[in-house]
Design a protein around this ligand. Sequence first.
Ligand SMILES: [Zn+2]
Length: 213
Amino acid sequence: MPLTSTTFAKRYAQLRQRSFERHMDLYLTVRFLQQDSRTWALPLLDYQDYVSSVTDWAYYRRTHQAREWMEPLGNKWTVQSLDSAIRAWWVDNAAAVPNYRAVHKQKHCVSQAEFHLLFNPPSAELACAYCRIKETELLALVKANQIFTKRLRNRGMSFEVDCRKPELGYSPGNLCLCCYWCNNAKTDEFSDTEFEPVAHALSQIWKQRLTKQ
Ligand SMILES: [Zn+2]
């Protein structure tokens, strides 16, 4: 379904905010865990050139998966001390946050034009990047009572934005549109490559249902 320009602008603004928070959290986590000193200096240029790797993502995951507040994270850090350090960084650097936000917008976040292209592809027909179901097919299945989720009022009727590689977040070139079912199954657990066999299985099911209409 086409988005109005107001809805689109609002959606993009929300995405950029989410991207900034997530990217900064990842960046600060990685940079802090890399050093044992508590006197860190993080020049803006360092943030500008930062590219998250699979290893960084593994570090980040570990801090979020920790069950104990005092769990050690290496370099004398614990989950608690890292959390405090990140909170303190935001307070201490409040005046510089707009600069980080500007760098994020320029270097680390999908542009509004690229985001717009996701919803207005050259092929003109929206399709899930993973299972390849087209929007028209999905709507046909809904009409034929061949969609069974109880959540259809909130999700499923339109495609959702997904980060192909979780560690790259909302960076340029890493976003795609996918159906609710693929998004729900892939989450941030699987990369796009790992998810391929699952997407293929889903596409077979959609084909079967489409022939039943
Ligand atoms: Zn799909």
